[in-house]
Design a protein around this ligand. Structure first.
Ligand SMILES: C[S@@+](CC[C@H](N)C(=O)[O-])C[C@H]1O[C@@H](n2cnc3c(N)ncnc32)[C@H](O)[C@@H]1O
Length: 221
């Protein structure tokens, strides 16, 4: 399949990861933040319809991709919301956990998010980061320093993010000198990710305030 974008460190595919994953043979580690299935919450569940974008439309990721993760068996780090924990844990068989603690949680949202790991060295740990609400390129964009922390703890090999969004995992990997592959269903996010990865000579506009406002920027273990 022809990449949407490619440089010496990063390859981006535009499409459905359920179709593209079986065609890839150079996967070392999966680091990903899939849709949490929040679209299945009733309207009173806290998120306004429309705020989750594609995530409301594409809930089939859980069965196919979670099953695939189980069969694949390699090292991975997968963020997971409460509604999907049982399925993910039973298929993926994690052996560790990294926790993202939000220094600025929304009043109606969770103040932390678990990221289940398999094949990562080290004991469970948490990292506190500030999630910049302004200047985000994706509605559920992860802080770059959080993703750098996770990628930095991962075993060797090409990093794959099958639910790439705005490409934060790829930017983190490239900054750490790792090779990375991203897959994304929505072309507008492929374009954003390609732009972020293509221009690594400057700090992203949204990284500056993030870095400045980070609380407890050192990993807390
Ligand atoms: C939670 S977001 C990831 C956000 C990302 N961590 C960031 O920092 O920007 C999940 C992404 O998965 C994408 N997605 C959903 N289903 C997909 C599928 N089947 N294949 C590829 N991408 C998919 C959505 O369009 C969305 O951008």
């Amino acid at each position: 399949m022809k990449p949407y974008y490619q440089d010496d460190a990063v390859t981006i595919y535009h499409g459905d990861c359920r179709e593209i994953l079986p065609t890839l043979d150079d996967i070392g580690v999966i680091v990903t933040d899939p849709p949490y299935g929040l679209g299945t919450l009733p309207p009173s569940g806290g998120r306004k319809a429309g705020t989750m974008g594609t995530e409301l439309k594409d809930l089939a990721w859980d069965k196919d991709v979670v099953d695939w993760l189980g069969l694949w068996g390699g090292p991975c780090a997968v963020f997971c919301g409460g509604q999907r924990v049982a399925e993910l844990v039973s298929s993926m068989s994690p052996d560790g956990m990294l926790i993202y603690v939000k220094s600025n949680p929304s009043p109606f949202g969770s103040s932390f998010e678990p990221c289940f790991t398999r094949g990562f060295a080290g004991r469970p740990a948490h990292f506190t980061a500030y999630n910049a609400a302004n200047g985000q390129k994706h509605p559920t964009q992860k802080p770059l320093d959080l993703m750098r922390w996770i990628v930095g703890r991962s075993p060797d090999g090409t990093i794959l993010d099958p639910f790439m969004g705005s490409g934060t995992t790829l930017v983190a990997a490239k900054r750490l000198g790792r090779r990375a592959i991203g897959i994304e269903l929505e072309e507008k996010y492929c374009e954003i990710a390609a732009r972020r990865c293509g221009d690594m000579s400057r700090v992203d506009a949204d990284d500056e305030p993030l870095l400045a406002m980070m609380q407890g920027g050192e990993p807390c273990e």
